[in-house]
Ligand binder design. Sequence first.
Ligand code: ZN
Length: 366
Amino acid sequence: MTTETDAHWMALALAEARLAAEAGEVPVGAVLVKDGQVIATGRNTPVAQHDPSAHAEINALRTGAAALGNYRLDGCELFVTLEPCAMCAGAMLHSRLARVVFGTIDAKTGAAGSVLDLFAEPRLNHRTQVQGGVLAEECGAVLQAFFQQRRSVAREQAEPLRDDALRTPSERFAALGDYAFAPHYVQDLPSLNGWRLHFVDEEGAPGEDGQLASCLCLHGPGEWGYFFRRLTGAQGLRTLVPDLIGFGKSDKPKREAAHRLEWHRDVLLEWLDRVQPQPVVLVHSAAAADLASLLQAAAADRFVDVIAAPDGGERIKDAWRAPYPDRGYEAALRALGPLASSSGPTAVQAGALARLVRNAMGYSTS
Ligand SMILES: [Zn+2]
């Protein structure tokens, strides 16, 4: 049973895990508690310390034992965000902890029931209680986010940039906290010629009827997917938001001649065939009207309906400037159109737009 107190200590361990992530370590955190007081905290530091044993639990046990002046931690409880490994479980048994509470399970190396269960081994002389599942979801999410980020960095390095193109550094977008959706990339479509296309693919919570209506959100020249930030992930929708090559987070060919609407149309249709072969609703900004017409003319059966998105008319120049550190990146702007003066739908407009999309698909709207 999870008590409020257990959750409280686990939240402290989670804060340690987040600090580990910031330091580039696998995010696991621990706190050692005795008589309702924190004796020690610990987080993963193997990378920083060149020490394979520097797990969060070991660090917390070491600090705690030093603070108490005793290698035995009688009456202490250890809270850790991840199921302990065999090394840590062994150290916990040696320290005579009264109780171990962990967050999420570790299916690969967990030694408290997942791979083996040292705490339940009758041949070991121990008296440590163990309990898992406290704030399991939060503890797991921190790890997942960390590994997802690491994979995307690895992919970044694995996806080479063509000599005739530029790739906007991701720091340029860091301030746009309202567009922090997981990045997706595609580079191997024939029409892409090796340039890398970025897109967002977010599923909102299902609608009341359990359905998700898929929509392709199309920005125009001078804009990027940011235009649809308030529609992205809306309830009842799967929002597919590509950045056209030359814009947003996609690669930026340096030659103006590369940027033709017909080519963007071909790329989009190939990409759509891969990510969503069933018909979608096409939602476009005013600036994307020409491209939307080209798409519809070329593949009418791919689109259930075409809807022009309203514009809230705010001033958001920084977001439109973000993709372009200097003029070298701006070939698409020179070829197809200037920096946007739009801002995308307001929250209220996005809500109405989501209902229009669901209506177009024949799904219920409340
Ligand atoms: Zn460990």
